[in-house]
Design a protein. Structure first.
Length: 340
């Protein structure tokens, strides 16, 4: 295991049940989001080639990157609202090609891209369903007025055997309460059990990410399964995971802290002083972030094995503006790499 592996996928034992609940939820939240990002990044690479069929070369300049992200997100949204989002996002990409073979209007291009991206939507739906099923068990901790739940929250867990016993109690309680309809219970339990099996004897977890990738990859055609993008945001990517730390550049990690999502920028190639300079630049650039004016940013630096810039966000974040913030940070860091 890489010494720089994300330490949030570990827990110190002994721990009380409430801490284990939080830990399991943290793993599910973070790794599910990262798997979704890997799917989106892979889709974005293939989407560029698909869009080239419909748009003139002058439409694909540097300013289209944000629009490309919007098109990608819209294509992963289901139903009529997703269709409308795709149509609207395409308007930002430029003029359609007008050669005699591709005299298509915006609606026809939208229909074509929605058909092309159907497998990606199915893959995203499978990830969402997997997350939902696991979360159904973990949100039991919020039922604080139930004696069985109180026991699960305060019991001490010292080793893997006690963890599995605790899990059996949790699963029995969930089944007994019939939190989902009977025909669905077996599917929920099977998914939750698969999640639990990804934990090691010491309750560390590096297997869940591969399990999630196996879920979404099986929905894609072989021609869509190109190499995982090198700009993947998480360091467990097969492209970057085995590189020595001195050859890495920047990585962005998400940290869930008491319900708030923070952004950690790992600065592998920088000294602490250089990271301080980048911290100032990031703060300046974030002051110009216009996607959601209701969000406020606090930028600080913490000393770690690798210089790390911490961006704390005040305000309600949804999947869309999380993606926008990460993309915004990516663009700044890409510029920083070219000027070092």
């Amino acid at each position: 295991m890489d010494t720089n592996e994300d330490l949030r996928n570990t827990i110190s034992l002994p721990a009380i049940g409430a801490e284990v609940f939080t830990y399991l939820k943290d793993v599910n939240d973070r790794e599910s989001f990262r798997a979704s990002r890997r799917l989106k990044d892979l889709m974005a690479i293939n989407l560029k080639n698909e869009l080239a069929r419909f748009f003139t070369k002058s439409s694909s300049g540097e300013n289209s990157q944000s629009s490309l992200r919007k098109v990608t997100n819209s294509l992963l949204s289901a139903g009529s609202s997703g269709h409308q989002r795709t149509f609207d996002a395409l308007q930002e990409l430029g003029e359609l090609s007008n050669n005699k073979d591709q005299a298509l209007n915006g609606s026809e291009v939208t229909d074509s891209l929605r058909a092309w991206s159907r497998d990606y939507r199915s893959a995203k739906g499978a990830l969402d369903n997997n997350f939902k099923c696991i979360n159904s068990f973990l949100r039991i901790q919020k039922t604080g007025n139930d004696e069985s739940v109180k026991h699960l929250l305060r019991v001490q867990i010292s080793d893997y055997s006690e963890f599995m016993s605790w899990n059996t109690e949790l699963r029995d309680y969930w089944t007994r309460k019939k939190l989902v309809k009977d025909p669905l219970q077996g599917a929920y339990v099977a998914i939750y059990d698969s999640f639990i099996r990804t934990f090691e004897m010491n309750l560390s977890n590096i297997k869940f990410r591969a399990f999630l990738d196996s879920i979404w990859l099986k929905y894609l055609l072989d021609e869509h399964k190109i190499v995982v993008p090198t700009f993947d945001l998480v360091k467990e990517s097969p492209v970057t995971r085995d590189l020595p730390s001195n050859t890495r550049s920047f990585e962005i990690e998400l940290e869930v802290d008491k319900g708030a999502i923070n952004y950690l920028v790992k600065c592998y190639p920088l000294s602490s002083f250089q990271a301080s300079q980048l911290q100032f630049k990031l703060a300046l650039e974030l002051s110009r972030f216009k996607e959601d004016p209701s969000l406020n940013f606090r930028v600080s630096q913490k000393q770690d094995i690798v210089p790390t810039i911490v961006i704390a966000v005040q305000g309600v974040q949804d999947e869309s503006n999380i993606s926008n913030i990460v993309f915004f940070l990516e663009s700044i860091l890409e510029k920083a790499k070219s000027t070092r």
